[in-house]
Design a protein around this ligand. Sequence first.
Ligand code: HEC
Ligand code: HEC
Ligand code: HEC
Ligand code: HEC
Ligand code: HEC
Ligand code: HEC
Ligand code: HEC
Length: 450
Amino acid sequence: MRNHRRRFQEQNRQDVSPAKPGSGFWPAGYFTLSAAGLLLTGALLSRSLAAGPPPVASPELLSQTLSALAQGPQPARVWTNYVGDAACLPCHQAKVDAYHRTAHYLTSSWPTRDSIHGNFSEGANLLLTRSTNLVFKMEADKNGFTQTAVLRVSPSEVKTHGERFGVVIGSGRKGQTYLYWHHDRLYDCDELFELPVSYWVERGTWMNSPGLLEYPDGTANFTRPITPRCLECHTTAFDWLDTAGNRFNKYGKTNLVLGITCEKCHGPGRDHVAHYQSPSPPPAVGAAAMINPAKLSRDRQMDVCALCHAGFGTMLVPSLSYKPGDVLSNDLALTMPGPDTPVDVHGNQVQLLARSHCFKASPNLTCVTCHDVHQPQRDIQAMASSCLACHQITSCGLFPKLGHVIDKQCVFCHMPLQPTGKVEAISNGQVFQPKVRNHQIAIYPDVRLP
Ligand code: HEC
Ligand code: HEC
Ligand code: HEC
Ligand code: HEC
Ligand code: HEC
Ligand code: HEC
Ligand code: HEC
């Protein structure tokens, strides 16, 4: 168990700062193009084209590798008793239809013309970089969609490296990042890596993938592995082929359940569906009763959202172990920063809300006081009604001065949109940061209505 834990902590550290190629943990058998370091590029490129097995570093690793080969890839955890959203349709059709338009459901998908928001038409399909020697080209043909880095290494020589879009991450509300599959010949299984070019909605263009360290302008990095924690937040389920515990981005290609589906928040549905299919069933109990988060204590309700809205944390058990209703802190160690430590607005809604006077002074306030996660909600004026369940318009300190212009604007001033420092991308020397709604409900004296 101790080893087990250490391994998940190891895996987690990689979430926060992915290993650089050649840094020891991650073998440099993958592809990096750097316009700044052409000599280095040549060496990496030839290694990448060889695409051989990862270098075996130590006797310990060798014995792990051999025992893994003897066993073959094993799923780290099997996702059982889950039936998928189609099984809910006959009895909850309105909920399913509305839910399937939400960012949660659309947060990951297979690549198609519709799911990829970036433009493949001639001219719009290029991403220029700071270096005139490196461009990226996005192409669509009958076999799928590809991203190719084209590097001019000398006036007469051009090197290219292309990978196919394998998975789309992000509903496209702010942006999308794309993953590709690499077949690992040694283990005969598939690995997921991030592609270097993402799509940014605010600019309506292709952009370098976020991460100033991982994706500096003028480089083509195809080496960033996709960890289980990334998929835990952005998909429903996957088979993690944790072969020898020393590689963490191998997944079963066919068992990946994309999008966040009903059972991620309600628990496995097999018994529930079977129960209600029988004629005039008695009220469901035990496993046949789905978990309704509204019936859980406030802490357990917050846990359902905190799995994904309280930062990366440190996994203490394998990904996908947590089920709604469980005590999340047994599975995931989250950072709860002190009252004066700055918290980034991206992905930390739980910590920020917990700091608000509204939350501290209202024992029943949770995320679902304001959010109905079963349908898209984007209208901040309509959402002001959730404030008015507890407040009067006239109790706003600005009411005497501004009057009824503030009526529907509570969210605009008290939960302002702020840039995140966690998601940054650089393109042509300019740094871009998306804006996220700050969930610390408070007084922000500098915010003015437009
Ligand atoms: C054959 C019909 C049927 C199917 C299929 C079905 N349900 Fe239900 N479900 C019901 C009925 C009837 C109720 C209301 C009775 C109850 O609260 O137990 C219900 C209640 C619920 C509740 C509320 C439970 C509570 O305690 O408040 C949730 C959540 C739920 N279903 C989710 C799902 C999900 C998710 C699926 C698909 C995996 C699904 N249901 C499939 C019939 C069905
Ligand atoms: C701890 C959970 C968590 C992990 C891990 C995580 N994300 Fe996210 N991600 C979120 C949440 C929550 C949001 C949206 C809310 C926000 O911005 O605060 C988001 C937003 C995004 C978006 C923007 C979606 C849109 O359309 O606006 C992209 C793209 C994205 N993540 C990609 C990734 C990738 C790629 C990884 C792994 C390398 C990853 N995320 C890891 C939780 C996570
Ligand atoms: C992101 C988490 C999440 C997802 C995904 C989700 N739900 Fe829920 N669901 C909740 C929460 C929280 C509640 C309790 C608060 C509420 O009613 O909105 C709830 C309540 C319910 C209820 C009982 C209350 C009612 O309105 O009848 C049903 C039934 C239900 N969900 C069905 C579904 C179905 C079907 C899906 C998939 C189409 C789904 N849910 C997806 C979080 C989720
Ligand atoms: C399995 C991970 C996961 C869980 C559990 C989860 N979320 Fe999310 N949530 C995400 C991700 C990822 C996004 C960003 C989706 C995107 O745009 O691609 C998101 C987006 C959202 C959004 C923005 C939706 C929009 O249309 O822009 C809201 C609101 C939200 N979540 C609320 C909740 C609440 C409330 C709960 C708990 C009941 C919850 N989430 C549970 C992962 C999760
Ligand atoms: C469940 C009830 C509830 C909801 C919903 C709610 N609040 Fe509050 N809010 C409170 C309580 C209780 C306090 C604390 C009052 C006090 O300390 O006197 C508070 C305090 C505040 C404060 C003072 C904050 C400070 O730092 O001094 C502001 C501003 C505020 N709320 C705005 C809002 C806005 C805007 C919304 C909607 C986005 C909202 N609240 C939603 C209950 C709520
Ligand atoms: C133009 C921005 C703006 C809008 C819109 C706005 N507020 Fe405020 N609000 C403020 C500021 C600034 C203060 C602090 C004023 C002061 O104390 O001088 C404040 C104070 C408050 C307080 C704390 C009062 C106290 O005495 O502690 C509450 C509660 C509040 N607002 C609620 C609301 C609600 C509810 C709405 C929507 C109906 C709203 N506000 C709309 C800017 C705004
Ligand atoms: C007091 C009301 C309120 C509460 C409580 C609340 N939210 Fe929100 N949330 C909002 C409003 C208003 C928006 C803005 C809607 C929009 O712009 O789409 C929002 C937006 C979001 C977004 C999208 C952020 C972005 O900028 O893209 C996420 C994610 C989210 N909420 C998650 C949560 C989670 C998780 C919780 C519980 C920890 C929570 N919210 C609690 C009011 C609330």
